[in-house]
Design a protein. Structure first.
Length: 202
């Protein structure tokens, strides 16, 4: 497990082989032993603009393939299930290659006794169409964001489990909304990762 660099953009939401929808994305950083704060939140009401923190960016830059394939709308306009019974704003993420994706800048101070983010949580509200099953769908690439020369850290795997590509757990069923939470503590010995699907630990 890699530390997240607090001031360097990170390649995020890389989906190499499929299309999906995202309605909310949060990055939460632990500021002390019992304090945590949302340092990044993206609701996709106005493109990649952040509700809290720094705007997302297209990994391949303005006018690139990621921007060309990304769409913004609502659950109603895309004809997909509402989230929690409500029409919500969503971002439709295209099928991507290794040169596509989005950049997430945590814009947070280091924690856990270092200059990097050692204690953090990621929260995704996602909807994967059934056609995306049987493929690994990377959620975030942290340790080598610039060249994307190695595997991502967390996936919805080919079996629809959540976790690393090698050890997915639980089930992220297709054609439905799910809240995925990943909580990382790199100060523990050994480091710990806790994963939740719709509030249930997996």
């Amino acid at each position: 497990m890699q530390q997240m660099k607090p001031t360097i953009p990170l390649r995020s939401i890389l989906i190499p082989t499929t299309i999906r929808f995202v309605t909310f994305l949060w990055l939460i950083s632990c500021l002390g032993s019992i304090q945590a704060a949302i340092v990044g939140q993206w609701n996709f009401t106005s493109g990649l603009t952040a509700s809290t923190g720094v705007d997302l960016e297209y990994y391949d830059g303005p006018g690139g393939a990621t921007e060309a394939g990304t769409q913004f709308g609502t659950t109603a306009s895309f004809g997909i299930a509402n989230a929690g019974g409500q029409v919500v704003n969503v971002m439709r993420v295209p099928k991507t290659t290794s040169t596509m994706g989005y950049v997430l800048n945590p814009n947070a101070i280091g924690n856990g006794g270092g200059s990097l983010l050692n204690l953090y949580s990621l929260v995704f509200d996602v909807y994967f169409p059934a056609a995306s099953s049987d493929r690994n769908r990377c959620l975030i690439q942290i340790d080598e964001p610039w060249g994307n020369s190695n595997d991502g850290e967390f996936y919805v795997a080919a079996n629809n489990g959540l976790g690393t590509a090698a050890q997915p757990q639980g089930t992220v069923t297709p054609d439905d909304w799910h809240r995925l939470v990943i909580t990382v503590d790199l100060t523990a010995s050994p480091p710990t990762v806790r994963k939740y699907i719709n509030g249930t630990k997996v």
